[in-house]
Design a protein around this ligand. Structure first.
Ligand SMILES: [Zn+2]
Length: 88
């Protein structure tokens, strides 16, 4: 056995330096909780999208569905949907 499989779990515990934004928005990661709900269907949110006009929350399904459109206008996208497949 030569394959060393390390199970590294990425934890967004420490927020990276805030992205400097021309809009002056305070853009930085924060952990999504069960209180955060998808704006489209009300399921637990795993994707947070910061726009100039505010922020949107999406579940993994809707986050993926809207990703292409959101990527064009979002200042920042925090995707924690990978946490869904971890653990268990
Ligand atoms: Zn949804």
């Amino acid at each position: 056995m030569t394959t060393a499989s390390t199970s590294v779990v990425e934890r967004p515990g420490r927020a990276p330096k805030a992205v400097s934004s021309a809009e002056g928005a305070d853009v930085e990661t924060r952990p999504l909780t069960t209180a955060d709900r998808c704006d489209a269907c009300g399921a637990q949110a795993w994707v947070r999208v910061v726009l100039v006009s505010g922020e949107l929350l999406f579940c993994a399904h809707h986050g993926r569905a809207h990703a292409p459109a959101l990527a064009e206008r979002a200042l920042f996208i925090q995707d924690e949907s990978s946490r869904l497949t971890e653990g268990a």
